[in-house]
Write a protein that binds this ligand. Structure first.
Ligand SMILES: *Cc1c(COP(=O)(O)O)cnc(C)c1O
Length: 406
């Protein structure tokens, strides 16, 4: 059994978060009284509906027949040989329907909305990936879907906006403030607050007020559970280390949750972007301090007024000024080590994985690949399992325009 600072990991998933949504000092629910009523309703529904036999069976069937789960693990033989003796493997979340892990929690959240009798789901999106996954889930279950998106992001992310519309979602343009993700979150929360009896708000990562960090982790747990079983079956042993990228922290939270009680080194990788100056990166666990934003307490990057700081990463899915409360807790306990990878290392890994293994990764996932490669060189022997959170098709235009066809 693994124990870190008095926390025992054999029963960890049952005890964390506590009933108020806390992972140690982090998490909770910092919202208005009105919104708290809605959060309590979702928490209650989650504990009753999502643990019912009927819900579990239906979600399992959907994962198999619609999403294409289980996703496989691939052994990166050529890349491993080129780096020395360590064997690298990837969990192929890029092969999930829609091309990333996000659909794992979106299908769970929207299925819950359906069981709760809601007519509509509401969400915000920045780069559009969460919006596309939500629009997909809403189309599958036949629910209305409103996606709030800043006007600036709508212009930048035309292909994802088109995808959402083709899938039948209503894209609501947000035109105040900086017209990006933060304003979209506020607008989505406002709309939800006004009509929570008919709607369900679905968050895009392990962030926001309780119960979202718990609920999204639990829906992503399938990634870690499958990966552990598949890896042992494939190799006869556990990996020595596992690696995932951390933005809000959903793909990593689900992946890590399958290995917390194992003698496995766990690494969460944040984006260092252009460098260590505030505004040039989005490595919140590395450089942030404790604070409350978007309804939860965690470690965040703040500007001089204590507000969420502007952040940057070459991977638009990682540029969030905080991370889920569970990551802050696992960091403090020392169970997970958090480190950084910059833009240049990421792009290098992007091309290397494509050339040597025939897999074009999402730029987000390439952060984890870059760290896995570094780790392999350092370790000399053993095995590393990397969570490949998504595929790079969405990034092709950006890569060609900025880095060319190498
Ligand atoms: C959105 C996204 C991420 C970042 O989100 P997490 O919640 O940190 O997992 C990572 N990889 C891909 C492919 C994404 O689309």
């Amino acid at each position: 059994m693994m124990e870190f600072n008095g926390v025992q990991f054999d029963t960890y998933l049952q005890h964390y978060p506590d009933k108020n949504g806390y992972f140690g000092p982090y998490g909770g629910s910092y919202v208005s009284e009105d919104l708290q009523k809605a959060m309590d309703e979702i928490t209650h529904a989650y504990h009753t509906i999502c643990h019912s036999r009927k819900f579990i069976a239906e979600l399992r069937r959907i994962r198999k027949e619609f999403q294409g789960r289980p996703t496989p693990i691939s052994h990166l033989e050529r890349l491993s040989t080129s780096l020395g003796g360590v064997q690298l493997y990837v969990k192929r979340e890029d092969l999930n329907h829609t091309g990333a892990h996000k659909l794992n929690h979106c299908m769970g959240e929207v299925l819950l909305a359906k069981y709760m009798g809601k007519k509509k789901v509401i969400a915000e999106t920045g780069a559009g990936q969460h919006g596309v996954a939500m629009a997909t889930a809403a189309a599958y279950f036949g629910l209305e879907c409103d996606i709030y998106m800043g006007a600036v992001d709508i212009k930048k992310q035309a292909p994802n906006v088109a995808r959402m519309k083709i899938l039948g979602a209503n894209v609501v343009e947000v035109t105040h403030g900086l017209q990006t993700l933060k304003e979209a979150v506020d607008a989505a929360f406002d709309a939800y607050c006004k009509d929570y009896e008919n709607c369900m708000y679905c968050i895009g990562s392990v962030v926001g007020p309780h119960p979202f960090p718990m609920m999204v982790r639990d829906f992503q747990h399938v990634v870690g559970e499958e990966a552990r079983e598949q890896f042992v079956e494939m190799t006869g042993h556990l990996p020595d280390a596992i690696v995932a990228c951390v933005g809000g922290g959903s793909n990593s939270a689900g992946f890590f949750s399958g290995f917390l009680n194992d003698p496995v080194e766990i690494y969460g990788i944040e984006p260092l972007g252009r460098g260590t100056a505030l505004g040039d990166h989005a490595a919140s666990l590395q450089y942030g301090t404790e604070g409350v934003m978007h309804g939860f307490n965690s470690i965040m990057l703040k500007d001089e007024n204590g507000d969420p700081a502007p952040v940057y990463s070459v991977a638009s899915g990682l540029d969030y000024p905080s991370s889920g409360p569970e990551h802050a807790f696992l960091r403090d306990l020392g169970r997970v080590k958090y480190d950084v990878i910059n833009d240049d290392e990421t792009i290098e890994a992007f091309y290397t994985l494509a050339r040597m293994e025939g897999i074009i990764p999402a730029i987000e996932s390439a952060h984890a690949v870059a760290y896995g490669m570094k780790l392999a060189k350092k370790m000399g022997t053993g095995s590393v399992l990397i969570n490949l959170s998504g595929r790079g098709d969405k990034d092709m235009d950006y890569i060609i325009e900025n880095y060319g066809i190498r």
